[in-house]
Design a protein around this ligand. Structure first.
Ligand SMILES: [Zn+2]
Length: 317
């Protein structure tokens, strides 16, 4: 079993069977041991630590709670034995009264520097808050929705409709194509200079994950893949993806070419990567993990310990 990707792992007991237990949820909200996981403007509350960051978790009775109605809370589950609630914090400015050593930060950039279980909790909270924000009206009839099941359902208020809306995920494939000795990486024109990454794209209706891998690689690089193998997956709440990572083998003598989406697509050797070109995605991404596993399978020094390694920000939609 490989180490879970950042934002993944058994970091939380979701207590899904208690979401409809209104008395449990009400008691948990009053419990001084319960915790709030605040999200403001899509940013997560973090606490500065000497060596990085930790999650900025607040007591459920923190003064911030007075400005948040129960309706906008989501019971995430038990984290380290304490019930946690995601809380969307409204307003143009960050709320007052927060501890001095905390601030709201972009989890995409900081997630890899937070303890693993806390990174998972923050990602889950972010995903739920963003999903709810996008589902304040019913997609079927347009009526307003209300929160139900401790925040995990948005229920249509139109009696004639009454549809329940559940959190949704957008699956995306991400794939490292190799010919054994070389890795196929591409770059978009808008990316910072020198940055390359693995091929990625959203799964479309009517195709399997494997179909999506073959299509995306062919569309973006002109390369036909032979074998497609599952590697690992990663929650990617920016805003609502599940990244499903694969490795694939290119057909012999495949010559990459870029399409409209990519500015360049080419083969890189381990020596290229060790020299600092290309610059790779952040280690928090499954893209980096895919490259790392391939690299380490044929290098004497692990990728993370390679002195010339250069990194850039993580992939985004
Ligand atoms: Zn409706």
């Amino acid at each position: 079993m490989r180490t879970p990707n950042v934002f993944a792992g058994p970091y939380l007991d979701r207590v899904a069977h208690l979401r409809k237990d209104a008395s449990f949820v009400a008691a948990a909200l009053e419990d001084p041991d319960s915790l709030l996981v605040p999200v403001w403007e899509s940013r997560s509350l973090l606490r500065r630590e000497p060596q990085g960051w930790s999650a900025g978790l607040l007591a459920a009775r923190h003064e911030l709670r007075r400005t948040i109605v129960d309706e906008s809370l989501v019971m995430l589950g038990r984290f380290r034995g304490r019930v946690c609630f995601a809380a969307e914090v409204a307003g143009d400015q960050p709320p007052a009264g927060l501890p001095d050593d905390t601030c709201f930060e972009d989890l995409r950039m900081t997630g890899g520097r937070v303890p693993e279980d806390e990174a998972g909790l923050l990602a889950y909270a972010r995903a739920m808050v963003l999903w709810r924000r996008r589902n304040r009206h019913c997609g079927t009839c347009g009526a307003p929705t209300v929160s139900a099941s401790a925040g995990h359902v948005m229920k249509c208020t139109n009696d004639a409709c009454g549809q329940d809306h559940f959190p949704r995920l957008d699956p995306a494939i991400i794939v490292l194509v190799t010919d054994g000795e070389r890795a196929l990486l591409g770059r978009q024109a808008a990316w910072p200079e020198g940055r390359y990454s693995t091929v990625a794209g959203f799964v479309e209706p009517g195709e399997s994950l494997e179909d999506a891998v073959a299509r995306e690689v062919l569309e973006e690089t002109g390369v036909t893949v032979l074998d497609v193998d599952y590697h690992s997956s990663q929650p990617w709440p920016f805003p609502s993806s599940l990244m499903v990572g694969f490795t694939a083998t290119a057909s012999p003598d495949a010559v990459p070419r870029a399409d409209e989406e990519l500015e360049d697509a080419r083969w890189f050797t381990r020596e290229d990567i060790a020299s600092g070109f290309p610059r790779l995605p952040l280690p928090a991404s499954v893209s980096f993990r895919l490259i790392e596993d391939w690299y380490d399978s044929g290098a004497s020094v692990p990728l993370r310990l390679t002195p010339g390694l250069k990194l850039w920000g993580a992939p985004r939609r």
